[in-house]
Design a binder for this molecule. Structure first.
Ligand SMILES: Cc1cc2nc3c(=O)[nH]c(=O)nc-3n(C[C@H](O)[C@H](O)[C@H](O)COP(=O)(O)O)c2cc1C
Length: 382
């Protein structure tokens, strides 16, 4: 691997691969670096290794005095959506913290809400590595992780241990999926097991049927399959509400690769089965926007800039079918504060980010949350 040229405060450093690796192994040094510099080092590594290093660091340093290295005051822009009070409208999308290990550390970056998972009933390793690829020319990622996670029991132990984010009013969403080994005809069993287990610990629950990396999962978005799944979930949702004497909203997360008729069918099913809200969208299987780029032909879901307009189209269609009051979380390709505002303009009530955080760093969180707050106060002015 070639040397890394890093510019910082007007000085230029040339670091050998060996030095880069040493710097990275000392996680605390990484936490001290400004994000553009840390990113250059992280981008020298395999994407999943960089992810694991950052998450291990957060898990180790969260809720210690070291957390001040990345803590940022949260933008105060409270909003009530699906009966839940959110401190602001900017959240972390599912998949970055699959096991719910870093809720407090991530929450300290200024998010109003953090969604963790996708968790499956049993632990599973996911697909063979490498399985995350960067496409920096389009500020995009392709991943085919395949719901690698430690399973429900470990997940809930982590979630229960998180305390500081929630104590400060932060909202935690728990995202559930199905095991790869469970036949698609039995998918409902996995979702019901997930819902039963996470319900008492969630501020909201997301039912993820839109990952392209679990065989046939997206077929659950089609008419009869969706009807069966949502009616079973609705029934269980009602009994859980009664049993726990607590109303936890249930969101459905959908793909961006849907035509108008499919979106219309899903919207009607959401209303018919009393779902609380919808998250649009997951990653895309389209490669139109990245053709010819290195890694463009890797299998998996594409996220970041190329999914921005696609997910906006889905949000607009959902809003027009669902009416003004049905809760929508907009996600996909938010890389700037203006992109976050655009999601709201398309009809979203709340906004999530994932790939933008990788390319722009934690600064995007407060910038976007601030822009959303300003946009709201501007639109409320007479
Ligand atoms: C590496 C990676 C892993 C992901 N894992 C999950 C997941 O486990 N569950 C889920 O619902 N979405 C998952 N997503 C999708 C994101 O939550 C988000 O919907 C999508 O990436 C679009 O947003 P973005 O362009 O801001 O990344 C993942 C995305 C990436 C990039």
């Amino acid at each position: 691997m070639c040397d890394s040229r890093l510019s910082h405060c007007g000085f230029e450093f040339i670091l050998s691969h060996e030095k880069v690796t040493k710097l990275c192994d000392n996680g605390v040094i990484m936490a001290l670096l400004p994000y553009p510099l840390a990113r250059e080092i992280l981008f020298e590594m395999d994407a999943e290794r960089a992810h694991d290093l950052a998450m291990n660091l957060l898990a180790r340093l969260q809720n210690t005095p070291m957390q001040c290295l990345w803590s940022t005051p949260r933008v105060d822009d409270p909003v009530r959506v699906a009966g839940v009070q959110f401190p602001n409208r900017l959240g972390l999308a599912a998949g970055l913290d699959k096991n719910g290990r870093c809720i407090d550390g991530l929450g300290a970056m200024g998010f109003g809400f953090i969604e963790v998972g996708t968790v499956t009933p049993k632990a599973q390793p996911g697909n063979p590595k490498p399985r995350i690829f960067r496409l920096p020319a389009k500020r995009a990622l392709i991943n085919r992780l395949g719901f690698n996670n430690e399973g429900l029991e470990a997940f809930l132990n982590h979630v229960k241990r998180a305390h500081s984010f929630r104590a400060s009013g932060g909202v935690v969403g728990l995202n559930i999926g199905k095991n790869a080994a469970t036949p698609i005809e039995r998918a409902t069993d996995d979702y019901l097991a997930g819902l039963d287990a996470v319900y008492p610990h969630a501020d909201y629950v997301t039912v993820n049927i839109s990952s392209p990396n679990t065989q046939n999962l997206r077929t659950l978005q089609s008419d009869a399959a969706l009807d069966g799944l949502l009616s079973a979930l609705h029934e269980r949702h009602l009994s859980l509400q009664a049993a726990h004497d607590r109303q936890v909203p249930l969101f459905l997360k959908i793909a961006p690769d849907l035509n108008e008729a499919q979106i219309d069918m899903i919207a009607k099913a959401l209303l018919r089965h009393g779902m609380s809200g919808v998250i649009a969208s997951n990653t895309t299987v389209s490669r139109e926007a990245v053709q010819g780029l290195p890694h463009a032909d890797e299998a998996g879901g594409l996220s970041g800039w190329p999914v921005f307009e696609k997910s906006n189209d889905v949000i607009r269609s959902l809003r027009s079918t669902l009416g003004p009051n049905f809760p929508i979380i907009g996600v996909g390709g938010v890389l700037s504060a203006q992109d976050a505002v655009e999601k709201i303009r398309c009809g979203a009530d709340l906004v999530q980010i994932y790939t933008g955080l990788i390319y722009r760093g934690p600064r995007l969180i407060s910038e976007a949350a601030q822009a959303l707050a300003q946009d709201r106060s501007a639109s409320q002015r007479p």
